[in-house]
Ligand binder design. Structure first.
Ligand code: SAM
Length: 278
């Protein structure tokens, strides 16, 4: 059976009784033209292993396989989706492995062979946590070459935001430090079944060969988290807990102690994180 002979997703959902569960962030994409388009945003998939989180009934999975992924590893928490995903695996012998469980608890690396791309219509409740994990490993480059991820539009805007904008903060800094995030698609709520309350967007990030500026990931993460936790305060106050001589460190990093976090760029935050290295 080839992928083209698989039934439409509405039939798959009805046949396996996959009524969407809000607690699992289930907003399914049922239009296979749309899932193919998202899969194409991931770049050339031929010769790549692809990690997919939350395949659900498998619309995006089918797109990733049709676009030529060498192998897809799909991690799905909801065991009700397994029969639908098994049908896709049988139609693509040896190219789809499905693991049932929580993507936050499973280490996928032993099942993946580089080069690796990540593509997912993520459950919104774990999207930012996974993104931050993928961006902040101790060593760089990471296991992935690119991430192509669906987020709520507002979160996507935070990932690509520039200094001075309301959306600028920890996510923008961590993403832009080690990758080149771009919004590549916008999707209205009606693209999903059931439609969520908000619009969505697909963000594509290529891993840079080296971070833009040197810094230790834990220290940079801690610095920006603290700076934006109280984003309206001057940095000398917001970062008081970071070091007793924070004013000197801010000045040494090219930051005015009276500046607020949202006006400070990536280069300065990396310089500040470097002053905290033991
Ligand atoms: N990829 C499918 C699509 O585009 O139609 C489904 C997307 S839906 C937004 C999110 C999927 O992630 C659901 O199938 C849900 O069961 C699954 N999920 C939720 N939490 C998860 C977790 N912690 N680990 C793995 N999958 C999870």
């Amino acid at each position: 059976m080839s992928i083209d002979t698989l039934p439409p997703l509405r039939e798959v959902i009805a046949a396996h009784d996959l009524s969407a569960r809000k607690s699992l962030g289930q907003n399914f994409l049922l239009d296979l033209n749309l899932t193919a388009k998202i899969a194409r945003q991931a770049g050339d998939l031929k010769g790549f292993d692809v990690l997919e989180i939350g395949p659900g009934p498998g619309g995006l999975t089918r797109g990733l396989l049709a676009e030529g992924a060498r192998h897809v590893l799909a991690i799905e928490k909801d065991p009700r989706c397994l029969p639908a995903l098994t049908e896709i695996a049988e139609a693509n012998p040896g190219r789809l492995t499905v693991m049932t469980g929580d993507a936050l608890q499973i280490d996928p690396l032993q099942h993946l062979t580089p080069p690796i791309r990540v593509a997912a219509n993520l459950p919104y409740n774990i999207g930012t946590e996974l993104l931050v994990r993928w961006l902040t490993p101790d060593t760089w480059p990471p296991f992935w070459q690119s991430l192509t991820l669906m987020f709520q539009r507002e979160v996507a805007e935070r990932i690509v935001a520039s200094p001075g904008s309301k959306a600028y903060g920890r996510l923008a800094l961590l993403a832009q430090w080690r990758s080149d995030p771009r919004i590549v698609m916008n999707l209205p709520p009606e693209a999903f079944s059931p439609p969520p309350k908000v619009s969505s967007a697909v963000v594509h990030l290529n891993a840079l060969p080296l971070p833009r500026y040197p810094a230790q990931p834990r220290l940079l993460e801690r610095t920006v988290a603290m700076a934006f936790n109280q984003r309206r305060k001057m940095l000398r106050a917001a970062l008081k807990g970071l070091a007793p001589d924070i004013e000197d460190r801010l000045i040494a990093s090219g930051i005015k102690p009276t500046d607020r976090a949202e006006t400070v760029g990536l280069e300065q935050f990396c310089a500040l994180a470097r002053t905290l290295e033991p």
